[in-house]
Design a protein around this ligand. Structure first.
Ligand code: SF4
Length: 465
C-alpha cells in the first residue's frame, strides 16, 4: 500500500498526482513523506522515500502573491518528481507536469517575454519534460499561430448528445444506451434546443457571435435522422466550421449524412479506433472494419472534412497492430487524424476488470508522430488525461490548412464556450487569464427535471460570470 504524507495541505492533491505517475496502482508498497519550508525566497524540500532522503531547493520567482503560490505548488511537485525519478530510475515523458496542459504552460512562458526556444528549454530543464515532448509543444504552438489572439466577441457553441449504441470498454463518460432509453431522447432534444435558443439570445444581447460549432457526445448519430435534424437545425449555421461527431460507423446512414449536409455541417468525425477486427469486438464496439470503410466513403461522398480517431495501447494490440491501423488511416488521407493514448479511467469496464497496461504505447505514439509527419500531417493540438498509458498524450494531426479551429480555440481556452446539454461545461475566458466554468447536470433525467432552474443559473453565469 502507498503511504503518503506532506506538511503542505495546499499542495497535497497535486503532489499525490506526481506519486501516481510512478505508482499508478495503489497496491505498490512505498512510503513517501514530503516536507517543504520557505526560507526567505527559497522553498526547501525534503522527500523521504522508504527511509531515504532526497533534497530539493528552488527559489520562488519575482511577482505577486498569486504567482508565488502557484510556483510554490509547482516546486513541491518537482521535488517529489525528482525524488521518485531517482528512487525508481524511471523518467516520465512529460516530466513533473500533471494537471496543466503543456501548451498552456508554454504560452505562460511566452507571455513572460521568453521565445519558443527558451520555453522549450524551461520545459526540459525545469519540468523534466523529455526533449521530444518539449519539441512537440513547440511545433504545436507554431501551428496554432493563426489562433493565438483571444476573441472576446465570439464564442464556440457546443451541443452534447449523451447517447451511444453500446459502451466502449475504456469509456467512463456518462452515456445512455440509445436503444434502451428511446423515450428520453425526444424530450432531451427539445430541451437542448431551448437551451441553445435562450443562450444564443443572451449572447447576442452581449454582443457575442458564434465562432465555430461542435456537436459531440456520446454519439450524435445515435439519434434518429429526424432527431438529429432537430438538433442540427437549431444551430442555424451560416457556413462557419461546424463539426458533428459520428463516432460509431454503425450509426451512420445516408439519411443522417443528408441531414448534416442540409444543415451545413462542414466536418464529420468517424472513428475506427483500430483497424483490427478482433480488437473492435474486445472493446465493445458494434461495428466492423468494413462498416468503417463503407461509412467513411459515404461521408466523403458528401464532401465533408473528416477526422479519424485512433487509440494507441488498446487491449491485445502490439506495435505491429497499431502500425497497420495507422497506415490504413493514412492511406485514406483524411483531413485530420487524432491519435489518442488509452486512458484507464475510473468507472470504465477496462479499469473495473483489473489492472491494465500496454507497454507498447510509447513506441506506438512515437511511430504515429514520425509516420504522420512523413505523410504530410502536422500536430496542431494536444491534451493529456489522468491515467494515460505511459503518461503520454492525445494529439490532433492535420493536413495543411485543415485544422479544426474549434479544437484549438476551445482546448487552448482562447475563447468562451457556450456548452449545451447534459454534463456540458461552459467556459468564460477573461482578459486577466481567469477562466470560469459552469457545468450542466450530467444525468439526463436530472437535466430534464431541473431544466428551468439550471437554465436560469447558466444564463446568469453567462451574463455575470
Ligand atoms: S462512443 Fe465514445 S462516448 Fe460512446 S461509449 Fe464509446 S467512447 Fe464512450
Amino acid at each position: 500500500m502507498i503511504k503518503f504524507e506532506t506538511n503542505r495541505p495546499e499542495a497535497e492533491n497535486e503532489i499525490l498526482n506526481e506519486v501516481k505517475l510512478f505508482f499508478p496502482d495503489s497496491d505498490a508498497d512505498e512510503e513517501i513523506f514530503h516536507n517543504a519550508v520557505i526560507v526567505g525566497e527559497t522553498v526547501k524540500n525534503v522527500v523521504k522515500v522508504n527511509q531515504k532522503d532526497y533534497f530539493y531547493d528552488e527559489n520562488l520567482p519575482d511577482g505577486d502573491e498569486l504567482k508565488k503560490k502557484r510556483y510554490f505548488v509547482r516546486i513541491c511537485k518537482k521535488a517529489v518528481y525528482k525524488a521518485l525519478e531517482r528512487h525508481t530510475g524511471k523518467s516520465m515523458p512529460w516530466g513533473s507536469l500533471t494537471g496543466i496542459r503543456p501548451t498552456k504552460l508554454a504560452y505562460e512562458f511566452l507571455s513572460e517575454g521568453n521565445d519558443l526556444n527558451t520555453a522549450e528549454r524551461i520545459l526540459t530543464e525545469d519540468y523534466s519534460v523529455s526533449p521530444e515532448k518539449a519539441k512537440l509543444v513547440s511545433e504545436i504552438i507554431k501551428n496554432q499561430r493563426n489562433y493565438h489572439t483571444k476573441q472576446y466577441n465570439f464564442y464556440n457553441l457546443y451541443l452534447h448528445i449523451p447517447f451511444c449504441t453500446s459502451k466502449c470498454s475504456y469509456c467512463a463518460f456518462i452515456t445512455f444506451d440509445s436503444n434502451r432509453c428511446k423515450k428520453l431522447i425526444s424530450p432531451y432534444v427539445e430541451l437542448l434546443k431551448r437551451e441553445v435558443v435562450e443562450s444564443r439570445k443572451l449572447r447576442g444581447r452581449l454582443g457575442q457571435s458564434v465562432y465555430s460549432v461542435y456537436v459531440g457526445g456520446g454519439t450524435p448519430t445515435a439519434l434518429s435522422a429526424e432527431e438529429l435534424d432537430g438538433v442540427l437545425s437549431i444551430v442555424k449555421s451560416d457556413g462557419r466550421e461546424f463539426t458533428c461527431e459520428a463516432g460509431r460507423p454503425d450509426t451512420i446512414t445516408r439519411e443522417k449524412i443528408e441531414v448534416m449536409k442540409k444543415n451545413r455541417v462542414t466536418r464529420v468525425c468517424v472513428n475506427p479506433q483500430t483497424f483490427n477486427e478482433k480488437t473492435l469486438a474486445l472493446i465493445g464496439r458494434n461495428h466492423t472494419i468494413a462498416d468503417f470503410y463503407d461509412k467513411y466513403a459515404l461521408v466523403k461522398e458528401y464532401g465533408f472534412d473528416v477526422n479519424i480517431d485512433l487509440i494507441a495501447g488498446l487491449p491485445g494490440e502490439n506495435e505491429a497492430d497499431f502500425e497497420r491501423s495507422l497506415r490504413a488511416a493514412i492511406d485514406l488521407k483524411p483531413d485530420n487524424i487524432t491519435v489518442h493514448t488509452l486512458s484507464r479511467k475510473n468507472g470504465s469496464k477496462l479499469k473495473n476488470d483489473g489492472k491494465y497496461d500496454n507497454f507498447f504505447a510509447p513506441q506506438m505514439v512515437e511511430f504515429a508522430h514520425s509516420a504522420l509527419f512523413a505523410a504530410g500531417y502536422f500536430p496542431y493540438y494536444l491534451y493529456r488525461q489522468k491515467s494515460m498509458l505511459g503518461n503520454l498524450e492525445n494529439t490532433g494531426y492535420t493536413l495543411p490548412g485543415k485544422q479544426c479551429v474549434n479544437n484549438v480555440t476551445t482546448m487552448e481556452e482562447f475563447i468562451d464556450v457556450d456548452a449545451n446539454g447534459a454534463g456540458a461545461i461552459s467556459k468564460k475566458v477573461f482578459p486577466d487569464g481567469r477562466i470560469e466554468r459552469y457545468a450542466n447536470l450530467r444525468d439526463v433525467t436530472l437535466y430534464r427535471d431541473q431544466f428551468e432552474e439550471r437554465l436560469n443559473k447558466k444564463l446568469f453565469f453567462t451574463e455575470n460570470g
